[in-house]
Design a protein around this ligand. Structure first.
Ligand code: ADP
Ligand code: MG
Length: 269
C-alpha cells in the first residue's frame, strides 16, 4: 500500500467539490465532502445505501444546491442543470416508448438546439459505437434491458457533455448483463476517453469501472478514503490483486481499518 500526498502542481480539475454539505431539512445527507475529477477520469462514488451518492450526483447535475461548500465545473460554479452534465439513471424506461431508438437519442439534442440533420447523424454514429445501429428504427419495448442501457448511454454521450453522470446505471440488470455492460462501458471509454462520475454500491463494479474511487460512509455521508484503482479494469476481475483490493475496500468501508483522512491523501489498493 502506498500513501502519498496530492501534488499541488497537478492541472486544474474539470470538476471540483469543495467541502460540500447537503441537508434535507433536519437530515444531513453529506458532510464536508471534497474531491477532484480530472478530464478523462472514471471517477466512482462508492458506499452503502444512504451515504449520499445520489444526492452528490444530483448536486453536480445542478438539481440540488449545497447547504455549504461549492462545486465548480471547469472553474465555473455549478448553480443549475446544463447540457454540459448529462445523467444516466438506473431506470431506462425513461425512454419515451412512442419514439424509435434513433428519435430517442436525437431528442435531447433537438431540445438543446442542435439541427435535425446533425442530431440524426450524431445519433447514428453513437448507436453504431454502442452496437445498436441496426436497431435505430426499433421501439424501446422491443429491446432487452442491456440494449436500453446502451441507448441511454448513446443518448447521453451524443450530447457531448463535459462530464457523464451515472447513478447505478446497471443496478436493475441481471448479473451477466451487468458485467457485460461494465465491459462495454470500459471499451467505449478506451475509444472515446470521456469523463465520467459513476455511482455504485458494488465494490467489484467500482474496481472494474473506475480509475479513482471515493469511499463514502453513511449518516451523514463522509469521505473515508480516496483510492487509486487505475490498475484494475476489464480483465482483472477474479485476479488475486482484484480480490485483495475488494477485501481491502470492504475493511476501509466498514471500519476494520482506521479511517484515512481523505483530503490530500490517496491510497493505492
Ligand atoms: N428528498 C429527500 N428528502 C429527505 N431526505 C432525503 C432525500 N433524498 C435523500 N435523503 C436522505 O439523504 C441521505 C442520502 O441519500 P441518497 O443520496 O439517496 O444516498 P445513496 O444514493 O447513497 O443511497 C439518506 O439518509 C436519505 O434518506
Ligand atoms: Mg442512490
Amino acid at each position: 500500500m502506498a500513501v502519498f500526498p496530492f501534488q499541488s502542481g497537478t492541472p486544474e480539475p474539470l470538476l471540483r467539490a469543495s467541502g460540500v454539505t447537503i441537508d434535507y431539512g433536519a437530515v444531513r445527507a453529506t458532510e464536508n465532502v471534497s474531491f477532484d475529477v480530472h478530464e478523462g477520469d472514471r471517477f466512482v462514488l462508492l458506499g452503502p445505501s444512504g451515504c449520499g451518492k445520489s444526492t452528490l450526483l444530483k448536486t453536480v447535475g445542478g438539481f440540488i444546491t449545497p447547504t455549504a461548500g461549492t462545486l465548480t465545473l471547469a472553474g465555473q460554479r455549478i448553480t443549475a442543470p446544463g447540457p454540459d452534465r448529462i445523467v444516466v439513471f438506473q431506470e431506462f424506461d425513461q425512454l419515451p416508448p412512442w419514439k424509435t431508438v434513433q428519435q430517442n437519442v436525437m431528442f435531447p439534442m433537438l431540445v438543446s438546439g442542435v439541427s435535425r440533420a446533425e442530431a440524426s447523424a450524431r445519433a447514428l454514429a453513437w448507436l453504431e459505437k454502442v452496437g445498436l445501429a441496426q436497431f435505430a428504427h426499433a421501439y424501446p419495448h422491443t429491446l432487452s434491458g442491456g440494449m436500453k442501457a446502451r441507448v441511454a448511454i448513446a443518448r447521453a454521450l451524443a450530447m457531448q457533455p463535459k462530464i457523464l453522470l451515472m447513478d447505478e446505471p446497471f443496478a436493475a440488470l441481471d448479473a451477466l448483463t451487468r458485467r457485460k455492460m461494465q465491459e462495454e462501458l470500459q471499451m467505449l471509454w478506451d475509444e472515446m476517453r470521456f469523463t465520467m462520475l459513476f455511482v455504485t454500491h458494488s465494490i467489484e463494479e467500482a474496481l472494474v469501472v473506475g480509475n479513482r474511487i471515493l469511499l463514502l460512509s453513511p449518516h451523514p455521508g463522509r469521505v473515508r478514503a480516496e483510492l487509486n484503482s487505475h490498475q484494475f479494469g476489464l480483465h482483472s476481475a477474479g485476479s488475486v490483486a482484484f480480490q485483495a483490493a475488494t477485501g481491502r475496500i470492504h475493511r476501509l468501508l466498514f471500519g476494520e481499518e482506521p479511517l484515512v483522512q481523505a483530503t490530500g491523501v490517496t491510497v493505492t489498493v
